[in-house]
Design a protein around this ligand. Structure first.
Ligand SMILES: [Zn+2]
Length: 272
């Protein structure tokens, strides 16, 4: 798998076969589209996402999630782009990012986080995918540069809607490699820490999900599990990385606003 030549993955003809497989992971390091093109690509996807998924329009909830997302993004390693943060009206416990600065947070995720640090950790992880340009890198490797640029220009709406249909079904636009997930975890921890939020929220949230999975105590977490398996190794890494950051005074774990927002939301189907 590691030695696949670039030419095997470069053609749009391979799209239906390889799009959601791991065959082109070896070329996923390649990212040669410009920031402008990446933002145009994200805009194409966001238009389709907001047609296919119901956004949660409550102004208070939306404004809180946007301000938390903007705070984290402002403390990320990629501040030259505009971030768009929205709440999706579904119980499914998930969040996802699109290339170029779009971040979507499910209502179910807000309810599943016990405190603001846990919510911020998952949002920070998704912002990490944007910072690392993971979406554009994966797509370049899977479908080829010319197909990707065509999508950015709006020339292939069929391909955009096919990928968004997959997102609706599976909770992710495309599966990121393990290295990208690790990098997004680290970047997310950095963002929360720099933003003054307790960086242990990542390990704490994944640890809780792992327990829930074992006990099957709740519904709705399957989407997140399918794309972000909260393995013990991952939790250990997050703990080690967050624990290795220099001590910092005034880190917050929670806020009254977070709990006020949670109270505005209808309870999850599972009753939590
Ligand atoms: Zn991820």
């Amino acid at each position: 798998m590691a030695s696949l030549p670039l030419s095997r993955c470069g053609g749009a003809l391979l799209f239906p076969v390889v799009l959601f497989s791991l065959h082109c992971a070896a070329v996923s390091q390649i990212n040669i589209i410009s920031t402008e093109q990446e933002v145009a690509l994200g805009r194409q996807f966001s238009g389709e996402v907001e047609k296919e998924m119901k956004m949660y329009d409550d102004v208070e909830v939306q404004s809180y999630i946007d301000s938390l997302g903007q705070l984290l993004a402002a403390h990320s390693d990629r501040t030259e782009i505009e971030y768009h943060v929205k709440v999706v009206d579904t119980d499914d416990v998930n969040a996802f990012a699109l290339p170029g600065g779009w971040l979507y947070v499910n209502r179910g995720l807000i309810l599943s986080a016990e405190n603001e640090a846990e919510l911020a950790a998952v949002m920070g992880h998704e912002i990490g995918h944007i910072v690392g340009k993971h979406g554009a890198r994966q797509m370049t490797g899977r479908i080829g540069l010319s197909a990707l640029l065509g999508m950015a220009l709006g020339e292939n709406p069929g391909m955009v809607s096919e990928m968004v249909a997959n997102l609706v079904a599976t909770g992710t636009l495309l599966k990121y490699g393990r290295d990208m997930e690790r990098e997004a975890d680290r970047l997310g921890i950095d963002e929360t820490y720099r933003a003054g939020i307790d960086p242990s929220g990542m390990a704490s949230f994944f640890g809780k999900l792992l327990e829930l999975e074992g006990g099957r105590e709740t519904s709705g977490v399957e989407q997140f599990f399918s794309t972000h398996p909260p393995t013990k190794e991952r939790i250990d890494n997050a703990n080690r990385y967050a624990g290795g950051l220099p001590p910092k005074a005034g880190l917050t774990t929670d806020s009254e606003r977070f709990h006020a927002i949670r109270k505005r939301l209808p309870p999850l189907r599972g009753g939590s």
